[in-house]
Ligand binder design. Structure first.
Ligand SMILES: CC(C)(COP(=O)(O)OP(=O)(O)OC[C@H]1O[C@@H](n2cnc3c(N)ncnc32)[C@H](O)[C@@H]1OP(=O)(O)O)[C@@H](O)C(=O)NCCC(=O)NCCS
Length: 282
């Protein structure tokens, strides 16, 4: 992939994920929509950064019309992370996905761990299983936070640049690698909250959590309540694995509605805990 391919890859990913969202749409969830221009821009910026940090992890398939499929992946010390993988609707199921995933997997060959968040597309799940990944269902919570249930939360403050070093150590312990250069993408999208005693952190917005990383379930619980306290209307907590029952407890206590959505795929490790991963940066 080159920088010139990124806008077309964005279009392929928007179309491919919109199609999956339409097939997997469930009653009670908002109708699937194409990405907003603002989200497309964020996607493009994030992917352009991968080309700076991990050019060998990002691959495209092209024909005379341009980009028809791509895979973007990053290596963060021991862990290989697949950020996005998509083939243009109408051209799926013909081996293009396999062709772009293979070199991305080869980029991570020296990593003993792998992580990715999968859609419910059976072709994607087949590809990940064939690559040796174990698949764990992800829980998804959505709704208006019942503010009468918010506990008083202590020991947290806004995060700042000099927190990143200990946060990276925590990520090494939880998932085998730091977020490192990915903190700038996360802080582009979300605010950072940290535990004063450096036992955990969360990236969150008024509408969703991006990452919650903690040294104990008790710290994760406090951080997640803080995310929920910042809700401005409907709030979503996605990517909760069943290894993180503390997060289930918080979301259920806040009266969010629970369902399942996609899978966490792991190789060489168990699902991280206490940890709620990000969909692309894991
Ligand atoms: C997932 C995706 C990138 C795969 O690309 P692709 O070009 O369609 O995939 P390929 O043709 O290379 O491989 C599909 C594999 O799934 C298998 N497959 C097809 N339909 C299947 C089904 N219903 N159940 C299980 N396996 C299936 C095929 O046999 C093939 O495996 P094989 O090569 O071992 O025979 C593409 O389908 C896509 O863009 N999907 C929508 C976006 C998405 O969900 N991306 C993944 C994000 S995690």
């Amino acid at each position: 992939m080159t920088p010139a391919d990124v806008p077309m890859a964005e279009e392929v990913s928007d179309l491919a994920f919109h199609e999956v969202d339409r097939w997997t749409h469930r009653a009670g969830r908002p109708a699937p929509e194409r990405r907003t221009p603002q989200r497309s821009e964020t996607w493009i910026r994030r992917t352009a950064r991968f080309l700076d940090t991990d050019p060998g992890g990002c691959w495209v398939a092209v024909d005379e019309s341009g980009v028809v499929g791509f895979a973007t992946s990053i290596v963060r010390e021991r862990v290989w992370v697949l950020a996005t993988f998509a083939v243009r609707p109408g051209q799926q199921g013909r081996g293009i996905g396999r062709a772009v995933l293979e070199p991305a997997l080869a980029y991570g060959a020296a990593c003993d761990r792998g992580l990715l968040s999968a859609s419910e597309d059976p072709r994607a799940l087949h590809r990940y299983h064939a690559a040796g990944f174990a698949l764990y269902p992800q829980l998804f919570f959505r709704g208006e936070v019942d503010r009468s249930r918010l506990p008083s939360i202590g020991g947290l403050r806004a995060g700042q640049a000099d927190d990143l070093a200990w946060m990276d150590d925590l990520d090494r312990a939880l998932r085998g690698g730091p977020h490192g250069p990915d903190h700038s993408a996360l802080s582009d999208m979300a605010r950072l909250v940290v535990a004063r005693d450096r036992s955990g952190y969360a990236y969150t917005t008024g509408s969703e959590t991006y990452v919650v990383a903690a040294s104990t379930p008790e710290v994760g619980t406090r951080l997640l309540w803080e995310c929920l306290a910042g809700a401005e209307g409907v709030f979503e907590v996605s990517h909760v694995t069943t290894a993180n029952q503390w997060a289930v407890e918080v979301a259920m206590n806040a009266r969010l509605a629970m369902s399942t959505d996609g899978f966490l795929a792991v190789r060489g490790m168990d699902p991280p805990a206490p940890y709620v991963h990000n969909g692309a940066l894991l």
